[in-house]
Design a protein around this ligand. Sequence first.
Ligand code: ATP
Ligand code: MG
Length: 249
Amino acid sequence: MLREVTADRYVTPLREGGSLPGLVEAGAGGLWVAKFVGAAQGRKALVAEVVSGELARRLGFRVPELARMEVDPRVAVGEPDQQVQDLVKASGGTNLGMAYLSGALGFDPLAFPVDPKLAGRVVWFDALIGNVDRSWRNPNLLVHGGELWLIDHGASLIFHHNWPRAAASARKGFDASDHVLLPFGPDVATADAELGPRVTEALLREVLALVPDVWLDAEPGFDDPDAVRAAYVAQLAARAAGPREWVSL
Ligand SMILES: Nc1ncnc2c1ncn2[C@@H]1O[C@H](COP(=O)(O)OP(=O)(O)OP(=O)(O)O)[C@@H](O)[C@H]1O
Ligand SMILES: [Mg+2]
């Protein structure tokens, strides 16, 4: 189960984010980054955050804690920005919270060297989930406590936007030419040997169980949320099973 928190106060928008995430106080003053279900990216972006984020965590990457965040739209009544007002108003119910890493810095490849092993693991993982959102323009990596943290997986798992064609794309190659960690000489082969066998159906089922039903309900072509979960498991298991030609750079 993901932890459940309730938004007590909308603090401020995080303007760098295209989906207009907000900094929110929830549960005993804890600070969370809220990703709103009413954003243009839609609920599937939140599914991708949970599936990719929790899979990354289980493969040994640092990922801020993820939580279900219940939002009453009234938390934003005092917010002067109309865009924020509209977004929060459209997001009553279950949203995604990500623990706010206070004092974290945006990743700068010139200031924070990454060893080829870790770079290889990140590139391999992004190839698995089809994440093109880790470029030098938009690294979606934070540096906190001297370590590299992965954030923002909302644009990954693009196959879920077209389920009828998903299976046919399971082994599709990944173009890493824009990846922010490419200059560090990522050792993708070692990462593949180490991580590939760990992406099992059992692990994927554990991860999919964390996705709230309300983000999977009424998906066209599926009877119920568990049927959608099974489709994600099958898709990612097929991609992780050998041969993994999508890995080559
Ligand atoms: N857990 C966190 N701790 C601290 N800062 C964070 C955290 N999550 C996000 N941020 C900050 O907020 C910014 C926007 O977050 P994020 O990239 O997740 O939003 P987005 O709307 O998906 O963005 P994008 O424009 O990349 O699609 C990040 O670039 C980072 O500066
Ligand atoms: Mg981002």
